[in-house]
Write a protein that binds this ligand. Structure first.
Ligand SMILES: C[S@@+](CC[C@H](N)C(=O)[O-])C[C@H]1O[C@@H](n2cnc3c(N)ncnc32)[C@H](O)[C@@H]1O
Length: 320
């Protein structure tokens, strides 16, 4: 997946002139913090150098994961056309770009972010977008009131992993009344990220929410550790991205877990492909999560006719 051209250009402009050695050192710090899931009360993005490293090496991946999660919501709920959104822990506004691409009718977005440096970069990147109307706020979401009227779409992308467990629970509890329609949460696609998504999913179902995606049911997740529910998107790496990471490969696979919970039920749920399809000649095996709450492999062969065709065209994350 590539960034939308306008965002690519805005990111490239922000990065032009950044010293590669600085960027590489900051990118290494950032990766180390994310790998260790370090929560020491400090924002990961305290300086221009940190923000630029995020733009170079993380934004393309978080964009791809959030965009894919939104696409699954749009597919499950074709009637959903959010006019207003709230992006919590917005960083440089990654989800804003993904949301406006998925739902161009979005008219009004509130972005709340703890780091003033990140917020400033986000505002600069988005300066060229005419629509939607954007309001940026620097605020600590664990203590400050978010307030305002409920918004059609509420987004929490790659934020739960930066909060303490109690703060996560409280934040999800506070975000639900601010959700007029759908709350989308995305986390790194690690077993720990999946556990955070599972906890939020349970919490929201108990509050009366309907799971829109990826699960085709609201029963307990059928997967058991060491297995975990996650998806992947292949992300193109720019030259600077490769240099900052000291990598040769022109792409990387971003793994992510997500859940979208809505006040409205999706019209119909179909099975979701929850692993990379295994394709052979005349046959394909899909690992499916099914509407009856079960999960497992299913083999499709030419004899299955139209079903086989659909299965062959499906990908990891598709609904069947
Ligand atoms: C990994 S970044 C994700 C940024 C953006 N959502 C994205 O997907 O690219 C996590 C963001 O959450 C913000 N954050 C963490 N704790 C926060 C808090 N208590 N209040 C507000 N923002 C917070 C961080 O400053 C950072 O911008």
């Amino acid at each position: 997946m590539e960034l939308p051209p306008l965002l690519r250009r805005a990111v490239d402009r922000a990065l032009s002139g950044a010293a590669l050695t600085d960027l590489a050192a900051a990118a290494a710090d950032l990766s180390q913090r994310y790998r260790e899931e370090r929560r020491d009360g400090k924002t990961h993005v305290a300086s221009d150098r940190d923000a630029l490293a995020y733009l170079a090496v993380r934004l393309p991946a978080t964009y791809a994961a959030v965009r894919a999660s939104f696409a699954a919501v749009a597919e499950a709920r074709p009637d959903f056309a959010p006019k207003s959104a709230l992006d919590v822990g917005a960083g440089p506004g990654t989800a804003l770009w993904a949301a406006t691409e998925c739902w161009p009718e979005l008219a009004d977005v509130l972005l709340v972010e703890a780091s003033p440096v990140f917020r400033a970069f986000g505002e600069r990147l988005a300066a060229e977008i005419g629509q939607p109307r954007m309001t940026w706020r620097t605020s600590d979401i664990t203590v400050d009131e978010i307030g305002g009227d409920p918004r059609d779409l509420v987004i929490l992308a790659y934020v739960l992993n930066e909060l303490e467990p109690d703060d996560r629970h409280r934040l999800v509890e506070r975000l639900w009344p601010l959700t007029a329609d759908t709350l989308v949460m995305v986390e790194p696609g690690t077993p720990a990220g999946w556990q955070r998504i599972l906890a939020a999913r349970r919490q929201l179902i108990a509050s009366g929410g309907h799971v829109v995606a990826p699960c085709p049911h609201a029963k307990e997740c059928p997967l058991q550790p060491p297995d975990w529910c996650h998806f992947a998107r292949r992300v193109a790496r720019s030259r600077l991205h490769r240099q900052a990471k000291g990598a040769d490969v022109p792409w990387e696979d971003e793994k992510f877990s997500y859940v979208a919970v809505s006040r409205k039920q999706a019209p119909a749920s179909s099975a979701r492909v929850i692993a990379r399809p295994r394709k052979g000649s005349g046959r394909v095996t899909l690992k499916l999560c099914r509407p009856d709450g079960s999960a497992g492999d299913q083999l499709f062969s030419r004899r299955d006719g139209a079903q086989f065709k659909r299965a062959s065209r499906s990908d990891w994350g598709s609904s069947l």
